[in-house]
Ligand binder design. Structure first.
Ligand SMILES: *[C@@H]1O[C@H](CO)[C@@H](O)[C@H](O)[C@H]1NC(C)=O
Ligand SMILES: *[C@@H]1O[C@H](CO)[C@@H](O)[C@H](O)[C@H]1NC(C)=O
Ligand SMILES: *[C@@H]1O[C@H](CO)[C@@H](O)[C@H](O)[C@H]1NC(C)=O
Ligand SMILES: *[C@@H]1O[C@H](CO)[C@@H](O)[C@H](O)[C@H]1NC(C)=O
Ligand SMILES: *[C@@H]1O[C@H](CO)[C@@H](O)[C@H](O)[C@H]1NC(C)=O
Ligand SMILES: *[C@@H]1O[C@H](CO)[C@@H](O)[C@H](O)[C@H]1NC(C)=O
Ligand SMILES: *[C@@H]1O[C@H](CO)[C@@H](O)[C@H](O)[C@H]1NC(C)=O
Length: 264
């Protein structure tokens, strides 16, 4: 115990303060993790809460003690200290969700929301550069606001909103294929689908797709263009019976609802 304390003092004295250009940590997200990039990276990595990240330090000169540290603004702290051939002391907030490899000193960290910060590995002699970890919330199914029932020749606007998480991009699909704009189908801003002068051909199964660096999600719905001559009521009732919202406001959330054929 005294020995460990002594080593600690040594460490504090020898602490390499500015180590921006130290040898680099390599990190990667372990599978499974939404649709995050699983390739190894140096310098920085984007991952998601609930995913596990493996941080691997380069070989550093060491005699007695190694440690993993974090920094977040002015806040700094120690994740764990390990006396070579001795005990590993993991700080409490990390105890349940880290796995330290005593052979290669790598660290597995099960990510929580607040883990987007800087990390480094240090020995009494050397330190790595700081590694930037970003933790991005995965996207839930977006919500779609607007009227998905339109009279032939009429117009409608559908707005797609990310409910949980921040979307980097939005796009739309029709019957499974990327929807391209045309004279009467336009994308307003980044998340609104605007249909003017709708024709029967515009009917179909649409989806709004949202994505960010760690995930992709979508919500689909049936766009129903009512032909004046058609008897639409039975079809609408069928859709409502299949779990859609009330009235002529026809919703089919999720791809797997058996909604699109009867509603065509
Ligand atoms: C482990 O570390 C904590 C603080 O980081 C310290 O209070 C505690 O005494 C250490 N335990 C051992 C066994 O070194
Ligand atoms: C660690 O997990 C155990 C059970 O899995 C739980 O009882 C304990 O409170 C957890 N400790 C921390 C620090 O989260
Ligand atoms: C620790 O690292 C060594 C060397 O990379 C590896 O052979 C071993 O399987 C690892 N142990 C665990 C528990 O991951
Ligand atoms: C989409 O979001 C729902 C929650 O709204 C979630 O259960 C599902 O796993 C997400 N899908 C993907 C591919 O992330
Ligand atoms: C949706 O549009 C259709 C056709 O234009 C109209 O009959 C219906 O009342 C609208 N529904 C809502 C909820 O606005
Ligand atoms: C969408 O567009 C608005 C304004 O045009 C902009 O403020 C916002 O950042 C954009 N969002 C995305 C995810 O591109
Ligand atoms: C609708 O689709 C049919 C067959 O794909 C095509 O022959 C017709 O010209 C289209 N009508 C309009 C108004 O685009």
């Amino acid at each position: 115990m005294l020995r460990v304390l002594f080593l600690f003092l040594l460490l504090l004295l020898a602490s390499p303060g500015s180590s921006a250009a130290g040898p680099a940590i390599t990190a990667r997200t372990l599978s499974p993790c939404y649709s995050a990039d699983l390739r190894p990276a140096q310098g920085g990595l984007v991952s998601a809460p609930g995913c596990t990240v493996l941080l691997v330090p380069p070989p550093l000169q060491t005699a007695q003690v190694v440690l993993w540290e974090y920094r977040s603004g002015p806040e700094e702290g120690t994740i764990l200290t390990h006396a070579v051939d001795g005990p590993t002391n993991t700080s409490r907030p990390y105890q349940n969700r880290t796995l330290f490899n005593q052979t290669d000193f790598s660290l597995r960290l099960l990510l929580a929301r607040g883990d987007g910060r800087l990390y480094r590995f240090r020995t009494e002699a050397e330190a790595t550069g700081w590694f930037q970890l970003r933790v991005v919330e995965p996207l839930s199914q977006p919500e779609i606001l607007g009227n998905s029932s339109v009279k032939a020749g009429g117009s409608t606007q559908l707005v797609c909103n990310a409910v949980e998480g921040q979307a980097d991009s939005y796009w739309w699909k029709k019957n499974g294929e990327v929807l391209l704009g045309s004279e009467h189908i336009q994308f307003v801003g980044n998340s609104t689908l605007s249909i003017a002068g709708a024709s029967i051909n515009d009917s179909g199964h649409y989806a709004c797709v949202v994505s960010n660096q760690v995930s992709q999600n979508e919500t689909s719905f049936l766009l129903h263009v009512q032909n004046a001559a058609n008897v639409v009521l039975p079809m609408i009732l069928a859709c409502v019976a299949l779990g859609s919202l009330a009235g002529v406001f026809v919703w089919c959330r999720g791809r797997d609802r058996p909604c699109h054929n009867p509603c065509r």
